[in-house]
Design a protein around this ligand. Structure first.
Ligand code: NAD
Length: 321
């Protein structure tokens, strides 16, 4: 069985060789993204392993022509893959799961950095301004945290927040034990911090928009380590420009041509991102919440396991379609 790994970073290479040996599969490594220019690298393979780069109809038709019927994305989200067209061409798709602690701990870090004005403190330190003016923070135990989506990551976020003695309320279409669920409007109205942990789909697209912002408390902090399009970015910018509010965003709409690239000394072609970067009440990171040793190994290993399961028509815990 031969698998081509696209967008493989240097830090994943050792893990890929380790898994190839462990599961007796042939691998080909391609550091480039999966796109129309690089699709030629998958000729002769049984399956491909990709990341968040878009997979559209044209690419799916070519995969079909090459006789490749299996795509594994080494990510939890799979909204970058045109599933309907995959189904039409009998191409199976799987995702991976990995340690939820990577994103959950990062989310807590973003909460703490926002609450303690860490962006300001670090900027001011660089300028040798050690005054206390305007940087007094808050403690989690005094606040209500609204967690939207209590799946693998959201559940760990709620668990970690218990350790901080915060008051946690949650909203999800499926309920778990020992979590205090409230209707979405109530969560918007009562939360001091709102953190997003749902997948992106038709129901969650622009879940946060003018209507939801209108209901939120003064000084609310919005954390997004899930998917950019869960928030209407234009509405968010308008809200942040006109209210006492703060946002910490590891993801942003239309990030795929920007994040993981080096724009040193170049203009960034993303107007909303440029606007947000210049706002003092916004903390931005480039979609790196997942990026821990543990998670990266899980991604590679689970991608290989899912492909073996798909090719051998075995039960596949990572099956998407
Ligand atoms: P999950 O599937 O385990 O959990 C998602 C939860 O959302 C489930 O409990 C589900 O019931 C709930 N949900 C689905 N639709 C909903 C709706 N309409 N309203 C309310 N709740 C809804 O997913 P996860 O592994 O916890 O991942 C959560 C998010 O984090 C995903 O968007 C994923 O893409 C993102 N993510 C981001 C990073 C990063 O590096 N920033 C890394 C991993 C995952």
């Amino acid at each position: 069985m031969k698998i081509v790994f696209f967008s493989l970073r240097n830090d994943e290479v050792d893990f890929v060789y380790k898994c190839a040996q462990k599961y007796s599969v042939d691998i080909e490594i391609c550091p480039y993204a999966f796109n129309m220019r690089n699709i030629k690298y998958c000729k002769g393979a049984d399956a491909i392993s990709i990341v968040t780069t878009p997979v559209n109809e044209e690419m799916i038709q070519l995969l079909h022509k090459y006789g490749i019927h299996y795509i594994s994305t080494r990510t939890i989200g799979y909204d970058h893959i045109d599933l309907e067209t995959c189904q039409k061409y009998n191409i199976h798709v799987s995702n991976v799961t990995y340690s939820p602690y990577s994103v959950a701990e990062y989310t807590i870090m973003m909460m703490l950095m926002s609450l303690r004005n860490m962006k300001s403190i670090m900027n001011r330190y660089d300028k040798q301004n050690f005054s206390l003016q305007g940087i007094r923070g808050k403690e989690l135990k005094d606040l209500t945290i609204g967690v939207i989506g209590t799946g693998n990551i959201g559940r760990v976020v709620t668990d970690l927040l218990q350790g901080f003695k915060a008051n946690v309320i949650a909203y999800d279409i499926h309920h778990k034990d020992n979590i205090h669920y409230v209707p979405l409007d109530e969560l918007f109205q009562k939360s001091d911090i709102i953190t997003l942990h749902t997948p992106l789909n038709d129901h969650t697209y622009h879940l946060l928009n003018n209507n939801s912002f209108k209901q939120m408390k003064d000084n609310v902090i919005i954390i997004n380590t899930a998917r950019g399009a869960l928030i209407n970015t234009k509405d968010l910018i308008n809200f942040l420009q006109n209210h006492q509010a703060y946002a910490a965003l590891d993801v942003i709409e239309d990030e795929s041509s920007i994040y993981y690239r080096d724009f040193t000394d170049k203009a960034i072609p993303h107007d909303d991102l440029n606007t947000l970067r210049n706002m003092p009440n916004v903390l931005l990171t480039p979609h790196i919440a997942f990026y821990s040793d543990h998670s990266v190994y899980d991604m590679v290993e689970n991608s290989v396991i899912s492909i073996i399961n798909m090719v051998n028509h075995q039960e596949n815990p990572f099956k998407v379609i």
